[in-house]
Design a protein around this ligand. Structure first.
Ligand code: G3I
Length: 494
């Protein structure tokens, strides 16, 4: 909007709400849904994530880390959070490489999948030789210590990995952990929940991507866990695939989600061949078609980073170029009319879940409230940006009493703040350390599924300045007039 029309709008606002609303219809364009240009942003359009595994040892490779940063909004440590890495000798925990990955991810607005707390493989030597109650105790201690160390930083933990056999009968895998008693898996889940109540807890396995004896064995375990109240939130399907996707892949995801758990594709890679691009698109579409399939992670960045040497199973070639499989995946994310993952009903005043994380989408622009340039500093500007579900776009509503909330960034931990207690139209909204001041408190009113957010000190509404639809458009306060640029949709993402 140019200055003249903005001035005209404000004059009309003063003249009365009816006129102002009519003008709003003329000047505030409906948000255009344009195709997203990265995997993470494309997945975020339906509230899902798109992730990759990364290795600490490759983080200094600028091509590698550049692609990881640009394309993905969920990160798994490929090896650095496994049992041998985090507890190399009993009760001596080392988190250096895991911490490096977590802190890189979070400071770049990405979320983290924790992989993995309990596994028969990659056990440290001291654990491999243990059995019975000593091993059980050591396992629970490991789960508790590691989940506590990362508490609050993990979107989802693979609590238990690969505990079922490939015997065609759906049995548990024989292992030292299994020999401590069949209840070892639920014991691990209970310990993880106690240590980090905010993380989603997944069971994760391979060769479970279609309906077969192994996936059915896991299905029966999950059904039993849900019936008995064992804390499980999701099932991970590794999806290390040959050249094709099983025909019943989607049906398998669906039957698990019908048990009341989320499903995630956790380690996707597909052997290169004439069907690779098609198979990637099929897997992506299958996830999009299942409401509780909340995201996809590929197991590495470039073909040369893959554990499957020589099969070129990833989305980028060794030089970092996008492959046909990349394009087909991006197009699938952009083109399929997705089934959105469950969100709460649009909250009305007083019913906002203070334990949830929300993306706030502006009605006028369709863009998300965003801490500009991932800043963690006091006074940093708040803008709108294309939705990517990064931590810089995730907000928590902290109850400030008397019907007011503070709106806290999950990236910086700072809260929305009307700069310098301004009461003027156009006063800047920034982030600032929470001081529980009235310029940091907002009341929200709901109408038609959209919220108006009004500052306690100034009485003005949070809006996109000038009804901009551009990335980087400023967020300011302005006299509440009911425009689409002052209306916000809360989309629950965590
Ligand atoms: O970094 C060392 C190197 O210094 C040493 O010389 C070399 C000698 O073998 O080993 C290197 O470490 C290897 C590590 O990958 C990093 O490349 C380990 O031996 C090797 O065992 C390890 O393999 C990992 C494997 O899990 C076993 O933990 C793969 O990177 C990793 O992609 C793979 O991931 C698993 C998931 O966790 C679970 N699902 C299956 C998936 C694929 O196997």
């Amino acid at each position: 909007m140019n200055t003249t029309s903005r001035r005209a709008r404000h004059a009309l606002v003063a003249a009365g709400l009816t006129v102002a609303t009519a003008v709003a219809g003329l000047v505030v364009a409906a948000p255009a849904q344009s195709a997203a240009s990265t995997l993470g942003a494309a997945a975020a359009q339906s509230g899902r994530y798109f992730g990759t595994a990364i290795a600490a040892g490759r983080m200094s490779d600028s091509t590698y880390i550049g692609i990881a940063n640009r394309e993905f909004n969920m990160i798994t440590a490929e090896n650095e959070m496994k049992m041998d890495a985090t507890e190399p000798s009993q009760n001596r925990f080392t988190y250096t490489n895991g911490d490096r990955i977590v802190s890189w991810a979070r400071s770049n607005g990405k979320q983290v999948r924790g992989h993995t707390l309990a596994w028969h493989a990659q056990q440290p030597g001291w654990m491999q030789n243990m059995s019975g109650s000593a091993l059980r105790n050591a396992l629970i201690n490991h789960v508790t210590q590691v989940a506590t160390h990362y508490r609050g930083q993990i979107h989802t933990w693979d609590v238990v990995n690969e505990a079922f056999a490939d015997d065609g009968r759906g049995s548990r895998r024989d292992s030292n952990l299994q020999r401590t008693g069949n209840d070892w898996i639920e014991a691990a889940f209970r310990a993880a929940r106690a240590a980090d109540p905010g993380a989603k807890l997944c069971y994760n396995d391979y060769n479970t991507d279609g309906i077969n004896a192994k996936s059915t064995g896991i299905y029966n375990m999950v059904r039993d866990f849900k019936a008995r109240g064992v804390p499980i939130d999701c099932v991970g399907f590794q999806a290390h695939l040959g050249t094709t996707m099983p025909g019943d892949f989607q049906a398998n995801l669906q039957r698990f989600s019908d048990l009341g758990v989320d499903v995630q594709i956790t380690e996707l890679d597909i052997q290169q061949g004439s069907n690779q691009a098609n198979a990637y698109a099929q897997v992506t579409r299958a996830c999009l078609a299942v409401a509780r399939c909340t995201g996809i992670t590929v197991w590495g960045v470039r073909d040369t980073d893959s554990w499957r040497t020589g099969t070129n199973p990833l989305l980028f070639d060794g030089a970092g170029n996008k492959k046909a499989a990349y394009t087909s995946t991006l197009n699938a994310l952009n083109s399929v009319s997705p089934t959105p993952p469950p969100t709460t009903a649009p909250p009305t005043n007083g019913t906002i879940d203070v334990n949830a994380s929300y993306v706030l989408l502006n009605r006028g622009s369709g863009k998300a409230l965003d801490v500009y340039n991932l800043s963690t500093a006091d006074g940093a500007r708040i803008t709108q940006w294309s939705r990517n579900d990064g931590l810089q776009q995730q907000w928590q509503f902290v109850d400030a009493g008397n019907g007011y909330y503070k709106i806290k960034s999950r990236l910086s931990g700072k809260v929305l703040d009307v700069y310098n207690f301004s009461t003027a139209d156009g006063g800047a909204i920034v982030q600032y350390t929470d001081r529980n001041q009235t310029n940091q408190q907002f009341r929200v009113t709901s109408s038609g599924g959209y919220l108006t957010i009004v500052n306690r000190n100034s009485g003005k509404a949070v809006e996109v300045q000038g009804a901009s639809t551009a990335d980087g458009g400023n967020i300011v306060q302005y006299t509440s007039w009911g425009g689409a640029n002052q209306q916000w949709q809360l989309v629950r993402v965590g």
